[in-house]
Design a protein around this ligand. Structure first.
Ligand code: FAD
Length: 519
């Protein structure tokens, strides 16, 4: 059955490639006359790989794929699209293609395969200055795992992460880059000092809060709309060696959120008691395959019976990093931090792991899913930021009345709070207008035939929020109309449009986001 589906998908793709080719025949001739012709690929294999992404939901056929060997190749392409192309030519920088909708695709345009610039670790240079402390200059196409491994050689590391490290620097900085460290250090976009960017007019510019600040703030969280990030200067901190990794189970949502909010609050807490990472997730019988392996096998029967009894449980996951210097006090500090929490008393599970293994934890799951053939499947994800004041309504209306009642196998559902004051309002990323808000991620994996069911559930969730006045913001947003984008950006929409007119006036970049390109 899978073979038949794969054949149908391949033949559809091939026929779309042929149609697309007829349409863009003269464009090919123009492209192939450029000095970068040797780096442009139009063979079916390259085209088909650049037509889909991790989501495996949206397909858009590009006219060609650029595999640049140096930054000048990208500048040549963008300058040609801006000045010389007879037909409008869109361009999408593609990191690892880990987007789940069409964000990194470019119908009839050129997909720039950023990773062919070289993912070698030499792309990371660690330096120190009086004003910035330690920082790293990293290439836009680099994977965060490579940045981590290189910076650790100097005893330092970035302070803000994503859960998964096989993502590119340019890709996460175009969104925000969030994880359990965000409450304390802000998203990855709050930890950037400077960037090099190729704008939609083919200019290569360095930007920071002092130099070309409009470009700097627009690009951070800018969904690839204003320029292609080729270098970022990232803030670093002293690297710890190990992590105490703790999970606590809750049956009561109000106790769960009260404790999560207390753990991310800085009030009345001295620095030793501050955690480094706070996240959380839902435990349901239906998605037990996504979380059961997080716990020791001896706890499985007990946990499953608790889940069956309550239908829905919540887990807070925290980490405290330490090194030789803080090893003797870490347990006491952690005990102080966790002592008054209201989790199920019998359940507090603790591990002591290497810092790298903690940060790279999702890789273990990825390799297992790949082994089972469950990694390259559709991912109809929905990621939201939910204001703290409505998170209890969200629990009742969404978790209990939609997710629990649906008869579909759901993926991991994550939920954790963050502090608004760690986000810079000048950046393009949008978050709810409250001091604290929650990231909620429905990380569905589906079969090739049933992803629409998950999408229907996602729509139901969004409709519930709209009908009940819960002012959520989508993270990794996906809309198709200008009205929805205007609503998403709210007061930032005007600046967003003005920056587009300034840095990409011909609307060439990242068309797959469908913000300015609706065709
Ligand atoms: P792509 O998907 O290739 O590109 C994403 C967008 O950025 C596109 O619009 C593209 O045109 C643009 N872009 C890419 N490179 C550049 C560049 N150099 N300059 C300008 N624009 C560029 N996100 C989080 O914040 N936190 C998480 O914990 C997290 N976990 C994840 C786990 C998994 C398993 C996966 C698949 C994704 C996760 N993400 C997470 C989402 C991830 O941040 C996005 O998919 C993001 O787009 C990075 O992926 P990428 O590098 O493959 O970029």
């Amino acid at each position: 059955r899978c073979m038949i589906i794969a054949l149908v998908v391949m033949s559809t793709l091939l026929s779309m490639v042929c149609q697309s080719r007829l349409l863009t025949d003269s464009l090919y001739h123009e492209l192939l006359s450029l000095p970068i012709a040797g780096h442009l690929h139009v063979d079916p294999e390259s085209i088909s790989a650049a037509s889909i992404n991790y989501g495996l939901i949206v397909q858009e056929i590009p006219a060609a794929v650029l595999r640049p060997s140096r930054l000048e190749d990208i500048v040549t392409l963008v300058a040609f699209a801006y000045n010389g192309s007879s037909i409008p030519l869109t361009i999408s920088a593609r990191g690892c293609g880990h987007s789940v909708r069409g964000q990194d695709l470019a119908r009839d345009g050129v997909v720039v395969n950023m990773t062919s610039l070289g993912n070698e670790r030499q792309g990371t240079t660690v330096s120190w200055s009086q004003s910035l402390g330690h920082y790293a200059d990293v290439n836009g196409q680099q994977l965060w795992i490579d940045v981590l491994e290189e910076t650790l050689k100097h005893g330092v590391a970035p302070v803000s992460w994503t859960d998964y490290l096989y993502l590119t620097v340019g890709g996460t900085l175009s969104n925000a880059g969030i994880s359990g460290e965000t409450f304390r250090h802000g998203p990855q976009i709050s930890n950037v000092h400077e960037m090099d960017v190729i704008t939609g007019t083919g200019h290569f510019l360095t930007c920071s809060s002092q130099k070309n600040p409009e470009l700097f703030y627009s690009v951070l969280g800018g969904l690839g709309q204003f320029g292609i990030i080729t270098r970022a200067r990232i803030a670093l901190g002293r690297a710890p060696e190990r992590a105490k990794w703790v999970r606590m189970i809750y049956s009561d949502f109000s106790a769960f959120t009260t404790d999560q909010e207390q753990l991310i609050s800085r009030h009345g807490r001295d620095r030793d008691e501050e955690l480094d990472y706070v996240e959380g997730f839902l435990l349901m019988r239906r998605n037990s395959d996504t979380w059961i392996s997080f716990f020791p096998p001896s706890d499985h029967p007990w946990l499953m019976s608790l889940v069956i009894e309550h239908e829905l449980l919540y887990c807070i996951e925290v980490a405290k990093y330490f090194d030789g210097r803080t090893q003797s006090t870490v347990d006491k500090d952690l005990e102080m931090t966790l002592k008054d929490l209201s989790h199920v008393p019998e359940f507090l599970h603790q591990k002591d792991v290497a810092y790298v293994d903690f940060l790279n934890r999702v890789r273990v799951g990825e390799l297992e899913l790949r082994r089972q053939g469950l990694w390259n499947v559709p991912h109809p994800w929905l990621n939201l930021f939910v204001p703290k004041s409505r998170i209890a309504d969200f629990n009742t209306g969404v978790f209990k009345n939609i997710v629990l009642k649906k008869n579909i196998t759901t993926g991991l559902v994550i939920i954790y709070p963050m502090n608004n004051d760690k986000w810079d309002a000048r950046m393009s990323a949008v978050v709810p207008d409250e001091d604290v808000f929650y990231a909620v991620g429905f990380l569905h994996s589906s079969g090739f035939e049933d992803w629409q069911e998950f999408d229907l559930q996602n729509k139901e969730v969004l409709l519930f929020c709209e009908d009940n006045g819960i002012k959520v913001k989508q993270y990794l947003p996906n809309y198709s109309t200008e009205r929805e984008w205007m609503q998403h950006f709210g007061p930032k929409w005007r600046t967003f449009q003005e920056s587009k007119a300034q840095f990409d006036p011909k609307m060439l970049l990242s068309p797959g986001q469908r913000i300015f390109n609706h065709n």
